[in-house]
Design a protein around this ligand. Sequence first.
Ligand SMILES: [Zn+2]
Length: 159
Amino acid sequence: MPNWLIHNKWTDKAGIDRLIANYVDRNIDYGTQWVEESHKNTNSNHDDERIVVKQLRHFYKKDNETKYSNKYLYVKAFYIHHLLDYFRETRFNIQDLDLIFKKFLQEKVTIEISIDNGSKINFKKEIQSIFKLFRHNKDQLFADLEGDYISPTTKKTSP
Ligand SMILES: [Zn+2]
């Protein structure tokens, strides 16, 4: 069971509407909508793409469909979701934010996608603003990460 309470807390901080945040969380953890969409385009050679690339392409499209498109809120929610998941998964020291951010970009997500007209778009600006948000709220981040979020079962003692 994904802990969307924590996810919501951080997307709130980033100024992302709950409707957008919940859409992104649901799609990443359960969704197949973006998969179906990418298969509609039969002459695309995107089939061997990593899932995160397909997700990012989908959320980028969603951002372009909305009037908030210049803010890339779907894309930001995508990065926040995966970053919070990454804190839970990584074998690196999560206290070392510089290292975590670097590894996150190397191992977990992609910074850049190519769009339909063949040109490339990168989200460095959005990523940097999210890193900044986490850095500035470091204490709260570690408090969130310490609790049930990281190890949901270890706190409960079996009868
Ligand atoms: Zn997740």
